[in-house]
Ligand binder design. Structure first.
Ligand code: AMP
Ligand code: MG
Length: 414
């Protein structure tokens, strides 16, 4: 008898799955290796930035009051009493009619409260004149204008990007506490599967899902354990899944989750006593995507069909792994775009179409069946067409999920 499964909406599946994520703990890495990791602690400003009043230009530090009334006819003149570069501190105090020649980044000398750029002066030996008055603090980078001491700069759970690294360096973090990364296992099932280096044989195909998922993980900075291909054999597959689940924080299988005669994953979940969070999602491709939890560990049962497998990973596995790492922005970034082509297929279920997004419009990336591999290669986004719609026309607006973007979105917005 064919088991009857009740499809649940994608948003419900996402919610059920995310609820199960358990944090993994943290580790400390050198700053140079922190890029792409998830920050475990908020970054607080331990001192003001900049830490002292400084010059944003190459020029002269003066007392603004000495420039009062300056004009083309009434040039004010200043005597240069010192000369400093960035990193140097003048020992002099700027008095009336005096100036310190200083370079960008140099600390403002005592007494001075404005900076005159070279271009605003006409220089003589040891002196210069100006033809306009300066306001107090004109051309001065004020201590703390960027960040005040004690201010939170970046919250915990932030994806560390180059700017985050800059802030960490600013505050002297030679080492950074980041979320530990899960060890993720990949187990591809299917008697038809060959390894990448094997020649084609009758009825066989090469395993593309395993390497694809490894690459999807790699783009999240996560390593994987690649298990040997598992033929469709219940006892052997059960053992392979049991072993892999033990050795990893999270196991991704591909294939064998449908209702075919050799689809053994549902039986394997039963035998492992796993709690199945869902096994039918109202989506195309990948409606058979199954997520189960056994002993607190995720078992992701992705479809064997490459496009379904790819989509299942991006929609479900990716946010779950990010949540385990304490990330805040776990969902694919979402935008709206104009369809550049008709898509007239009816959509009984929410449809995810591999697509090419160019920043304005979006179009399907070619052959778009669930078994397609070509459209995954050509696409950089997923068009999302809601279930219950009859097709879309060129010029219609549609939801788009962006792939391969470092930082995701905080909310599931579809
Ligand atoms: P399944 O989910 O096991 O029913 O497989 C669905 C389709 O995907 C079948 O045509 C399989 O041959 C194909 N397939 C399964 N696993 C893989 C894989 N690892 N790489 C490429 N194609 C696969
Ligand atoms: Mg199969």
């Amino acid at each position: 008898m064919v088991e009857h499964r009740k499809p649940i909406p994608v948003s419900e599946a996402v919610a059920r799955m995310v609820r199960e994520a358990k944090p993994l703990g943290t580790e400390t890495v050198p700053l140079g290796e922190s890029m792409g990791r998830i920050l475990a602690r908020p970054i607080k400003a331990t001192h003001p930035v900049p830490p002292f009043d400084r010059s944003p230009y190459d020029g002269f530090a003066i007392r603004a009051s000495d420039s009062a009334g300056a004009s083309g006819e009434n040039r004010k003149s200043f005597r240069i009493i010192d000369h400093i570069g960035a990193g140097e501190v003048s020992k002099r105090t700027v008095g009336q009619g005096e100036a310190v020649r200083l370079m960008t980044g140099a600390q403002l000398p005592e007494g001075a409260d404005a900076v005159v750029m070279f271009e605003q002066t006409s220089e003589q030996a040891g002196a210069f004149t100006i033809r306009k008055p300066f306001e107090p603090l004109e051309n001065v980078s004020l201590k703390g204008e960027d960040l005040q001491e004690g201010e939170q700069v970046v919250p915990a759970g932030t994806f560390i990007q180059p700017g985050t690294v800059a802030v960490l360096a600013t505050f002297g973090y030679a080492e950074v506490e980041v979320a530990a990364r899960p060890v993720v296992g990949i187990l591809s099932t299917g008697t038809e599967l060959l390894n990448v280096d094997e020649p084609l044989a009758p009825g066989k195909i090469r395993n593309s899902n395993g390497p694809m998922i490894a690459a999807q993980l790699a783009r999240m900075g996560i390593r994987c354990k690649m298990y040997e291909l598992s033929a469709d054999h219940l006892e052997n597959s059960l053992e392979a899944v049991r072993k892999a689940a033990k050795e990893t924080d999270c196991l991704i299988t591909t294939g064998g989750v449908s209702v075919g005669d050799f689809d053994f994953l549902p039986e394997i979940y039963r035998r492992l006593g796993a709690e199945v969070l869902f096994n039918k999602v109202a989506m195309r491709p990948g409606s058979v995507t199954t997520v189960a939890v056994a002993r607190g560990k995720y078992l992701f049962g992705l479809s064997g069909n490459p496009s379904a497998c790819f989509t299942g990973f991006e929609l479900f596995t990716r946010p779950a792994l990010l949540k385990m790492m304490g990330a805040e922005k776990i969902y694919l970034p979402h935008t709206r775009a104009v369809l550049a082509e008709d898509f007239t297929k009816a959509n009984p279920f929410t449809r995810f179409i591999r697509a090419i997004y160019d920043g304005f419009s979006v179009r399907p990336a070619g052959f778009n069946k669930s078994n397609a591999v070509s459209s995954i290669a050509r696409g950089n986004a997923l068009i999302v067409l809601p279930g219950g719609t009859r097709g879309f026309r060129e010029g219609d607006e549609a939801d788009v999920l962006l792939l391969g973007v470092e930082e995701g979105s905080e909310r599931w917005t579809l």
